[in-house]
Each structure stands twice: as C-alpha cells, then as structure tokens.
Design a binder for this molecule. Structure first.
Ligand code: PMP
Length: 438
C-alpha cells in the first residue's frame, strides 16, 4: 500500500504488532483514543500520516516552549552531532550549561545532569536521604514524580482514588514492591493542617518533602498563598530537605521557575522538559552545601548518557535563548490569557459546568458533572470532573483538528507558537466538537 495513503488506524495497528500497546510510555497508552500517528511536527502543529493538520495543546508533554522543530535547537543539535555527542567525558559545554542553570534558577549553584525526570527525581531523593541520614519522603496526592519505585503512586483520577484516603499511599502499577513505598508518606495538596500534623509527629524522621510547586499533573492547581513558605519553614526547622520538582514549571512559569514566581527557595530542584527543547535531558541541583555529597563522591548518581554533549548543547541553546528574551514570560502570559479567553468563550454556550485554571502557559480544562466551589483541592476537583464526557469531547475535538490529553486532569501546554490565528482556528474546532457532544 502507498505509505502516504495509510490511515492513522492502519499505522497504529502495525506499530502495535511490534511495540507493546503501541506506545513506548505507559503514560501515553491512554492518550490516543482516536489514533494519531505523527509524520512531522512544526510550531504547534502536528501533521499526521493522513496529512491532517492538528493544533496541539499537549506539545510533547511540555518541552517544546518555542514550538516543534525550533530552528535554533535543531541547528545546534545538527552541528553538535557532527562533532561527536557522546564520549562519556566532561566537555566545555558542561561549564556553560551548568552556569546558565545556576544563573537562572534561584536555588541552584550546582547541578548534575540526567536523562529523564524520573532519573533526576530518583537521584535527588537518594541524595536527600544520604545527606539527612533519614528515610521518610513526604509527597502530595496527585503529584507526579516519575515512575520509580518509591514515588509512583495512584492518584490522578476518581477511579484511582475511589475507596482511598488522600493519605493512603497506593502503588501506581502492578509489579511494584509494596515495601518500596513503606518510607513514602502522602498528604492532601494545599492542606496546611495535615502538613503541620505530620511534622509535629514525625518531623525528625523526614528526609525530604517533594512536590510540584504548582500541581500541574493533576488539574493545574496552584499552591494556596503561604503554603510553599510553610513547607520551607517546617523542613528548615526539622532538618529535612525541600525538593521542588520543577520538571514542568522550570523555565516555564518564570525564568527561574515556580521558586522565582512564588519567592520560595527549595534545597533541591529537579529540572527537565523546557530546558532541553525536546531533547531528552534533566538535571537536579541546589546550593553547593546541598550537593556536597555528590561533589565529594560519597553519594551516588550515574548514567552513561547523563550530560551527553548533545543534551548539553540543547540546554545551552534553549537557556541562552531564554536569557536573550526579556519579554518572553510576558508573551507567554499573554498567549495563556488569550487561550484561556478563547476556551472560556467556547464553553460559554455549554450548559454544564467547566473548570478552567491557568498559571502562565499551563492550563487546566475539565468538563464537570457538578459545579465546583473551590478549585484548590484535588479531591473536590476529581469528584466534580466528568471524565468520560471529557474523553468523548477530546475524541470529537481531535477529529476536528485539535489535540489535548483525554484525561481531564492533564494540563494543556502552550508555546510561543500558539499565535492568535491558530488559537482562533482551534476555538472553531472546539466549538464544533462541543456542538457534536450535545
Ligand atoms: N516530574 C514531573 C513533575 C513530571 O511532569 C514528569 C513527567 N511528566 C516527571 C517528573 C517524570 O519525567 P520523565 O517522564 O522524563 O521521567
């Protein structure tokens, strides 16, 4: 059959034959109820194998702040590949990339590179446990920190949390060792009382508190005023490390990430996504005092590909670009506001309630079963969401030429490529989808 004439469904069948489930990440397994197989991507547009043009609000789960196929990133990588990109030795780019991260992120003086958010989180947690000599790690319900054994917990959808309390740590997948979560505690997001209680009871056992400073992975729920500062005060007092997982928020909600936006400096920061412009790279870092055990080689963090020269080049390219664009975050805020307005207008005709939340270029959009009084509690939000109707809406929108994640609690990612005319086009498609949904 002519490759050009094949449908998404045909291609996906072929892929499924050789790639288990048709995807190389279980996080993606649920993401394409209507098959979508990419041929190329540019700006914020995906061209599928049927040559349809789809406006993307998932943007590869966040790394493509400047859109797909950004010429600066593509050009720099192409050049680096001709120079050798993987020697397993230090490179001059290490100093350059590290200095840029340290300059832009308030709480960072030193970093280590890794290849994925999961790896960087795993290493940051190990460093925190090694540094404090304690084991207990405190997490928050719905916050995602990758798929490693001590942090993968259920908690995003009503289905997953049914019959549990917010403090129940439920393994996120079959095959996990239940004991691996024995040193992981979980608290409800934005619940100051619960945090204070845990610290009063177990403060001297806590190695680290890890969180997404904005809960992006479940509903885009910002921290309540004072909540991050409370965590800062309690961890400082008890000798625990505060870890901001800024895999999504880093270089996105502000140049210096959520820690700059909210004015709270963690002990360790985990970074990825925007930093690499789509190339797989992550990092974790903090003040030199926090990184001491890695500097002295007492703690362990490793990876053949960690800090490969192509990853460093991508980081240098993206961060240099960010530094050279003083108006970037105003522009992203304007794009976010424009997208929010457009989506609100589309839903103005919808009789049933919709929840929309936004921090800069990150937006949560969820169709609800019942009105939501306050959007600051994950439990309240998850209970109000109509997951199946949202999913149907997503499938219709995709047919109309707009892609976003079908899980109503997943964020929408915007980029500098989401210009006004593209947002108008997307709004038209969303409107048609909503009419069809009825
Ligand atoms: N932390 C956060 C906040 C994330 O959003 C993600 C991925 N979406 C991760 C960690 C894990 O990163 P990776 O998928 O690169 O392992």
């Amino acid at each position: 059959m002519d490759a050009k004439r094949r449908t998404n469904a045909d291609c996906l069948e072929d892929i499924k034959e050789v790639i288990a489930g048709g995807v190389s990440s279980s996080m993606r397994a649920a993401a394409v109820p209507v098959p979508l197989v990419v041929r190329r991507a540019e700006g914020c547009l995906i061209r599928d194998v049927e040559e349809g043009e789809i406006v993307d609000f998932n943007m590869g789960y966040g790394p493509n702040l400047f859109g797909y196929a950004d010429p600066d990133v593509a050009g720099a990588l192409a050049d680096q590949f001709t120079r050798g990109h993987m020697t397993g030795l230090p490179h001059e780019l290490d100093a350059e990339a590290g200095a840029l991260v340290a300059e832009l992120v308030p709480g960072v003086e030193q970093i280590r590179f890794a290849n994925s958010g999961t790896e960087a989180v795993t290493s940051a947690l190990r460093l925190a446990r090694a540094t404090t000599g304690r084991s207990l790690v405190v997490t928050f319900e719905g916050h995602y920190h990758g798929w490693s054994e001590t942090v993968l917990r259920a908690g995003k959808t009503t289905l997953q949390i049914q019959g549990t309390r917010p403090t129940d740590v439920v393994p996120g997948a079959p095959g996990m060792i239940p004991e691996a979560l024995a040193h992981t505690a979980q608290l409800p997001w934005n619940d100051a009382e619960a945090v204070e209680e845990l610290f009063a009871r177990d403060g001297d056992r806590i190695a680290a508190v890890i969180l997404e400073p904005v809960l992006v992975n479940a509903g885009v729920i910002p921290p309540l005023p004072g909540f991050l500062q409370l965590l800062r005060d309690l961890t400082a007092r008890s000798g625990a490390m505060l870890i901001f997982d800024e895999v999504i928020t880093g270089f996105r909600v502000a140049r210096g990430g959520a820690q700059e936006l909210y004015g709270v400096e963690p002990d360790l920061t985990v970074l990825s996504k925007v930093m690499g412009g789509g190339f797989p790279v992550a990092a974790f870092g903090g003040r030199k005092t926090a990184m001491r055990m890695l500097a002295t080689n007492e703690a362990h963090h490793a990876g053949v590909y960690a800090g490969n020269h192509a990853a460093l080049r991508a980081v240098v390219t993206v961060l240099t670009k960010i530094r050279a664009l003083p108006g970037l975050y105003d522009e992203l805020e304007a794009i976010g506001a424009g997208a929010e307005d457009a989506v609100r207008e589309v839903f103005a005709v919808e009789k049933r309630p919709v929840h929309i939340s936004r921090v800069g270029s990150l937006m949560g959009v969820a169709l609800l079963r019942k009105p939501l009084e306050k959007g600051d509690s994950l439990r309240d939000l998850a209970e109000a969401v109509d997951f199946s109707r949202h999913r149907r809406f997503q499938a219709l929108a995709q047919r109309e030429g707009v892609y976003f994640h079908p899980n109503a609690l997943e964020p929408w990612f915007l980029s500098t490529a989401h210009t006004g005319d593209i947002l108008d086009k997307a709004a038209g498609a969303l409107r048609r989808a909503l009419t069809e949904l009825g």
